[in-house]
Design a protein around this ligand. Structure first.
Ligand SMILES: [Zn+2]
Length: 249
């Protein structure tokens, strides 16, 4: 086989050699991406639950976590009800091994703008001027005293980005407003930040680390976030591939 290939390759004109090499490299690139995707999917069980949630509405009551109190001694309350679909550090699509999910995605059962989102813990809420769908709350870390952490909530707007579902109490430009645990922050939406690429109805929730200057780190990188499991008292780390629905542990 190799001998045959080499024989034909040497007989190609120079441009034929260039095209052959380029096609070969493109093929290797696609193959590498396919292997990465396939291997990533073997490390997660999330995709099938999310697919079932959207394909079979009757399954929703069996898949949803509905919990409005904290789990035993855990400090945080689950910020919304629904299927906890994508988990922390999850490589499920559209993420992969090289870019893992930084929080948890809670897929609510209802119309956009109707599934409530609550503060997981008390702290100081900020919403920047240009934040249509997002709020962030600063906390003293209840599990490591002296450390500042942040909880981040997003996708709270309509799919086309015309309507924000954030509660009226927190208009754009809100800075460091005290909220208690369980305060209504808004409602789940489908806005991804790009009106041309909406997401399925859910809340993205993450726990973000602080920079040395006290500001929050870029939450889209999983290394800048914390495993929410000990804060929620629920196993939401993909490492253990927990069955859904997820319960208090
Ligand atoms: Zn997410």
């Amino acid at each position: 086989m190799m001998k045959w290939l080499r024989h034909h390759f040497t007989r190609l004109p120079w441009w034929g050699k260039v095209i052959t090499v380029l096609v070969g490299l493109a093929g290797a690139g696609c193959g590498g991406f396919a292997v990465l995707t396939f291997y990533s999917q073997s490390l997660t069980n999330s995709t099938r639950y999310i697919r079932r949630w959207f394909d079979d509405r009757d399954s929703r009551s069996e898949l949803a976590t509905t919990r409005r109190e904290t789990c035993f001694a855990a400090p945080f309350v689950l910020p919304s009800n629904g299927l906890i679909g994508l988990l922390w550090n999850d490589p499920a699509a559209p993420y992969n091994l090289l870019k893992r999910h930084s929080g948890i995605d809670i897929f609510g059962d209802g119309q956009p703008g109707t599934v409530p989102v609550y503060a997981a813990y008390h702290g100081y809420l900020t919403r920047y001027d240009d934040w249509l769908a997002t709020v962030i709350i600063r906390h003293d870390d209840p599990l490591q005293s002296g450390r500042t952490i942040w909880t981040y909530y997003t996708h709270m707007a309509s799919r086309d980005g015309t309507t924000s579902y954030i509660a009226d109490a927190f208009p754009p430009g809100t800075s460091e407003v005290w909220v208690s645990q369980g305060t209504l922050l808004g409602y789940q939406g489908e806005y991804s930040g790009n009106s041309l690429m909406p997401v399925g109805l859910h809340l993205h929730f993450s726990i973000v680390k602080s920079d040395p200057d006290g500001s929050f780190k870029n939450e889209s990188r999983v290394g800048n976030t914390l495993d929410p499991s000990p804060y929620l008292g629920m196993d939401v780390n993909i490492k253990n591939k927990p069955e859904r629905p997820i319960h208090c542990r």
